[in-house]
Design a protein around this ligand. Sequence first.
Ligand code: FMN
Length: 164
Amino acid sequence: MTVLVAYATHSGATRTLAETLAAALTADGLDVDLADIAESPDPTEYDAVVLGSGVRVEAVEKPAASWAALHADALAATAFAFFSCSGSAADPSKGGRQKATDTFLASLPVTPVAVKNFPGWVLMDRIPLHERVLLKSMRTPTGDFRDLPAVEAWGLEIAPLLAG
Ligand SMILES: Cc1cc2nc3c(=O)[nH]c(=O)nc-3n(C[C@H](O)[C@H](O)[C@H](O)COP(=O)(O)O)c2cc1C
């Protein structure tokens, strides 16, 4: 049972979630490869794929969307799961929903076996100056909102779904 955990990140939070998820799936007995989307991983080599993406301006990372569109047929032939990593997922008023996730999945001819929207971090020293100005003007809350135990728990929850 081989699983690809692929991620797209700008400031690094999604990578830490993907690493935590990969460790949980490995501990559950799955054979897991972790790859940055920038490395153009080949999903046809795997039985299951988990894609994680950071959220920017209400959208998933463009490289994640392009990779998923390019490999849509391969993803449809595997057990596919998706998670997002955003600033607003920590906001209880969102009710666990994320517009970027919904828009992205609606564009993909694939029905995921699991979907989750996790909080990430908004750390000014990890983003370029012009984006800091944008986030400050939007009064975006800053801090590290990650819940790695929740990511680990999700890994254990989806392991049987990925294994089919
Ligand atoms: C330019 C910019 C735009 C962002 N837009 C959103 C957004 O629309 N919604 C949201 O919930 N979070 C937004 N965020 C917060 C990111 O989703 C959050 O920092 C996340 O951890 C990014 O993941 P990454 O560190 O893997 O890149 C934005 C962050 C930046 C820097």
